[in-house]
Design a protein around this ligand. Sequence first.
Ligand SMILES: Cc1ncc(COP(=O)(O)O)c(C=O)c1O
Length: 397
Amino acid sequence: MHGDELKWVEDAIRTNWVSTVGANVDAIEKLLSERIGVEYAVALSSGTSTLHLATKLAAERLYGRDCQGSRSLRGRKVFCSDVTFNASVNPVAYEGGEAVFVDSERDTWNMSPEALEKAFELYPDVKLAVITHLYGVPGKMEELKAICDAHDALIVEDAAESLGAKYLFGDRWVETGSLGDYSCVSFNGNKIVTGSRGGMFLTNSKEDADKVRKWSTQSREDAPWYQHEEVGYNYRMSNIVAGVIRGQLPYLNEHIEKKRAIWERYEEGFADLPVKMNPWNRQKSLPNFWLSCVTIDEDAMAPQVRGEYDYRYKSKRGKCSPQEILDVFAAFNIEGRPIWKPMHMQPIHASHAFIAAADGLDVGADVFRRGLCLPSDNKMTPEAQDRVIEIVRRCFR
Ligand SMILES: Cc1ncc(COP(=O)(O)O)c(C=O)c1O
């Protein structure tokens, strides 16, 4: 927090705009659409609600309006990033569809174009892909978009974690959040810009932006009384939450710089250890470095097994495992996390298809097995980060 957040929250209260309309909501929609380079931005209550309405819009555009109004993907499959947060894929289930998980590639840990090609070979009728930029690192959008275009498929872009990250598309640097047919950002409490919660729907279509405004405010028709022809949602952003975001947004670049410095300090601190930082393409992208992560080299992995709820590992000289490092962190009151557990390994998705680039390959499971998320908060001091680095170093002694 910087102080400006309080100013805009106070402004909302002083002027009595304590509602889902007001100057803060208008301001952040304008700021976001300008920053991301899209025509329209609609502020919603969360990234999840944003992804829901984006997925529903895509489904109605592809398959028409469902008479129930809430099962627009009934009987349809949707290709989804496999290593992502479950909020990306839940909207497919809300709309009655079935997620088919597409494996990650090793260069950015995002959806693999080769695996997506394979998915279209196996399921040529699929017309929608939900693609996440994991940990603030842009995926291979040029290739992914070309494949989707070749199959007349739409893209819902999940830029929840990657606000401010840039990608070289052709010869133009563009922001993530402008690369889907419909794109989504999150302002959840852990994101690079937060409002405590909140999300932003981004599109170049006025008609679609208007539709999302309508759906998100209970689908009221233009009539003197409450008139309804479609299912509605209470998904609009509060003007109070928007005030926090309005205060934060001018600091986005500063936050990215701090996150980048943290990522680079880890990279330098781990240079002689058998670990690799989470990868990104230096020619084609500028991540926002939201989370710094590492994977342990295979030959330095100590034995580790994970069940659904618990784990075991063995300590070995010169070797270590993510769970052991996380336990050591916890002993020093340092918070780390496992890599997001891939969707195809989640019990809820046990019956869903998972498509990898080649038989027997499972990049997501491998990154989950050997990787962990490091403390990445931009309030972390260099001294605090040095302690984290030293603790990781000792784990490999
Ligand atoms: C990749 C991804 N998608 C979607 C979401 C959902 O956003 P929200 O928490 O704002 O609903 C999150 C994070 O929370 C996320 O990390």
